[in-house]
Design a protein around this ligand. Structure first.
Ligand SMILES: [Zn+2]
Ligand SMILES: [Zn+2]
Length: 235
């Protein structure tokens, strides 16, 4: 983490922040689990490289997420950081491997982090367009392997949402709630179809069509019988 801290310190100095800020790695960080006074920034979809520690297979992913929690207290700043890991797809029992970032990606990540610090703790107006893209133009082939992605397992990854650099956590939660809600509704609808339920004429399950068919057939038969009866009695 040496270089991370060095680059972070340089960025802090570039932005003319005189208060000391520290960056630490913390693999216990959880998305949305914040003590009072802490702020969250999630850098989504950074380009990272991985290497399996068992078979040495290497792969790249453009969906590496980095979570930052930060706080300023008594003139000092603290940042905790967690980069979500991925597992090798070639090994049957793989370990979760830490991502590696290029110097450029790291610089961009930390640039965005410092902008967020300025916004949250020093009340500088930061526009979403001020944040730098962290996916550098390198083609990454193949689909995202959700089963082997720590971010997916912890609900950080989203396939459909094109949210490049924003810390767009609120919409994500809403989407999650909406999904749960839908499933719950589904479950509540189900018992209607159980056999203990007797069909009533007001129930949409009542077979109106069938009744109409049988009724009109009976009417036809009756009409034919009446016709035959009248025909023979007249004779
Ligand atoms: Zn492997
Ligand atoms: Zn994922």
């Amino acid at each position: 983490m040496g270089t991370w801290q060095e680059v972070f310190a340089a960025k802090i100095a570039d932005m003319h922040l005189t208060e000391p800020w520290k960056l630490q790695e913390d693999d216990s960080l959880q998305v949305h689990v914040l003590k009072p006074g802490w702020k969250e920034f999630v850098q989504r979809r950074a380009l990272g490289r991985f290497q399996c520690s068992q078979c040495f297979h290497e792969w790249s992913s453009a969906k590496v997420h980095v979570l930052f929690h930060m706080r300023q207290h008594r003139g000092r700043g603290k940042v905790r950081m967690r980069a979500f890991r991925q597992a090798c797809r070639r090994c049957p029992d793989p370990r979760l491997e830490e991502p590696e970032f290029s110097q450029e990606t790291m610089e961009r990540l930390l640039h965005n982090l410092v902008l967020k610090i300025l916004e949250y703790f020093y009340h500088l107006p930061i526009q979403p367009s001020d944040l730098l893209e962290v996916v550098v133009d390198v083609p990454v082939l193949g689909p995202h392997d959700s089963a082997r992605c720590e971010g997916c397992q912890l609900g950080v990854c989203r396939e459909s949402r094109p949210a490049p650099v924003l810390d767009a956590w609120e919409p994500l939660i809403d989407a999650k709630k909406a999904r749960t809600h839908r499933t719950m509704k589904h479950q509540r609808v189900r018992p209607r179809a159980t056999p203990t339920h007797h069909p009533s004429p007001f129930d949409s399950n009542f077979p109106w069509k069938c009744c109409c068919c049988v009724g009109s057939s009976l009417l036809c038969v009756l009409a034919v019988l009446l016709f035959v009866l009248l025909y023979f009695t007249k004779k």
